[in-house]
Design a protein around this ligand. Structure first.
Ligand SMILES: Nc1ncnc2c1ncn2[C@@H]1O[C@H](COP(=O)(O)OP(=O)(O)OP(=O)(O)O)[C@@H](O)[C@H]1O
Length: 463
């Protein structure tokens, strides 16, 4: 083997070098001027799952997935903090050409790797960055369906309000790892969207994402739906049996939507499966091991259901390891303009029309409405309005009566100048409060008045 003699001598001459490199957490590989492996430290070889003595002299490209070490040798240019995927994990790699007398005689590569816990967190953050990159690449393709069944990523979630920002940071932290997450929030606040995003950011992203809506399945079918059934388990059962959602979600994420609607008898069975990590299909005699991550969602306060004896407390503790509370839309009105833009431009793209703009009055009406149906309701309202209005502007009368109507009588049109000014001032204050998510300090800043002036005006107008 014609290795670069100098480098060969350097790496082989001293066993203590090898011992030192083996002691490091970073992974090291050294190649010669033909990009053949001269040395690989033990942690690297262990991760790849090879015997390092077997790969000495082999082309690095035949041994390490997605490597660019050969390019460092060819170009003589270092590459720092480049992203490399090995066995489904994202690594940060540095590659440095080794120069002797102005000539490239090989290259040394390191891969940053810390303790697994820290790595998992970093990996999750990298996944978030990759998701962001992919989002921009595929922006025009909103309807894409991922093979795993999870369609949404964190970047598909629109919103920059402080509450959403904090929530997203929490999601990035907890997505990696297998802790059970309970997503709570009113109907239409985006609970399912977050369940998808958690899956996409987790190490299970390549695995299946399986959803079960506990409220939508009749009680007598739920057990078979969750755990599957064997051939001939009951009258009407499909020939050959059917796998349950637990089996389908193996090595992936199981999303139990409306978990508060699960009947008590099923709750007991669910708890047993979560504890034993084994399921028994209906009519089966054997247990099948399953490896799932559980994400559950509820719009009902489970604590109240526990008090009424309708939800098991032990199951509650099992599924509520990390709670995520999704705020209702009325508590994050700052996100309404961005959500509105998002939904209108998506409709425009789908229909080939230009994106219409809301007039200031129409936007204010949306900002002030209470949105009992949250984002789903906003989406539906905008869709109906989009199809009803042909022009490039959506004005107040185009909005549904119950939203526009409240606005139309806002400013008094009769009375003295003083009375009309007061009426207008009241409207301005209400709009400003809505825009600033009811935060008084921000509202005062927004209007350019002191906090005490704002308080005095709010009291005067009974706001
Ligand atoms: N932040 C967001 N950005 C963009 N779209 C959103 C956002 N939140 C929710 N949506 C959209 O709103 C609709 C409702 O969201 P989703 O189904 O996730 O809510 P949910 O809380 O699970 O509702 P339910 O409790 O009724 O099942 C979906 O069409 C979703 O795409």
């Amino acid at each position: 083997m014609a290795h670069s003699p100098l480098l060969s001598k350097l790496t082989q001459s001293s066993e203590s070098y090898a011992a030192a490199f083996d002691a490091m957490e970073e992974w090291i590989v050294i190649v010669d001027d033909q990009a053949r492996i001269l040395f690989m430290n033990r942690p690297y070889a262990q991760f790849i799952g090879i015997n390092r003595d077997d790969v000495v002299g082999k082309k690095v490209t035949d041994v390490i997935e997605n490597t660019r070490m050969h390019l460092a040798v060819e170009t003589g240019k270092p590459e720092r903090t480049s992203l490399q995927e090995i066995r489904g994990n994202h690594m940060i790699a540095n590659r440095y050409p080794i120069m002797v007398d102005g000539k490239v005689v090989g290259a040394v590569g390191t891969v940053l790797f810390h303790d697994t816990h820290e790595w998992k967190q970093i990996n999750s953050q990298i996944r978030a960055l990759i998701a962001e990159r992919d989002f921009y690449r595929q922006q025009q393709d909103d309807d894409k369906v991922s093979t795993s069944g999870a369609h949404f990523r964190l970047n598909d979630i629109i919103g920059r309000s402080p509450s959403i920002y904090a929530l997203n940071e929490k999601v990035k932290k907890v997505a990696s790892g297998d802790v059970s997450v309970l997503i709570r929030g009113e109907s239409g606040t985006g609970k399912e969207l977050y369940a998808h995003a958690i899956h996409q950011l987790s190490e299970r992203a390549e695995g299946p994402f399986i959803k079960v809506n506990c409220a939508a399945i009749p009680e007598n079918l739920l057990e078979a739906e969750l755990f599957g059934y064997e051939d001939g388990a009951f009258t009407g059962a499909r020939k050959g049996g059917k796998p349950g959602k637990f089996q389908l979600a193996n090595n992936g994420t199981l999303f139990l939507d409306e978990v508060g609607d699960m009947p008590l008898a099923m709750q007991a069975k669910l708890l047993r499966v979560l504890q034993d990590r084994e399921v028994e299909a209906v009519g089966a005699t054997r247990l099948i091991p399953v490896n799932i991550r559980l994400v559950a969602a509820t719009h009902q306060p489970l604590e109240d259901l526990i008090a009424k004896g309708e939800f098991r407390e032990d199951l509650y503790y099992r599924i509520n390891v990390v709670p995520l509370n999704l705020p209702p839309l009325r508590e994050r009105r700052e996100d309404i303009p961005a959500l509105t833009d998002h939904f209108l431009s998506r409709l425009a793209r789908r229909t080939g029309r230009r994106t219409p703009k809301l007039t200031a009055q129409a936007l204010t009406a949306l900002l002030e409405y209470r949105w009992p149906g949250n984002i789903r309701e906003l989406e539906n309202v905008l869709e109906a309005t989009f199809y009803m209005s042909q022009g490039r502007k959506i004005s107040l009368p185009a909005l549904p009566e119950h939203i526009a109507g409240a606005r139309a009588q806002d400013v008094d049109t009769g009375g003295t100048l003083k009375e009309r000014l007061a009426s207008a001032e009241r409207v301005i204050l209400r709009e400003a409060l809505a825009t600033c998510g009811d935060n008084r300090l921000r509202t005062a800043k927004y209007l350019g008045i002191s906090k005490s002036t704002l308080y005095e005006k709010l009291a005067r107008f009974g706001l």
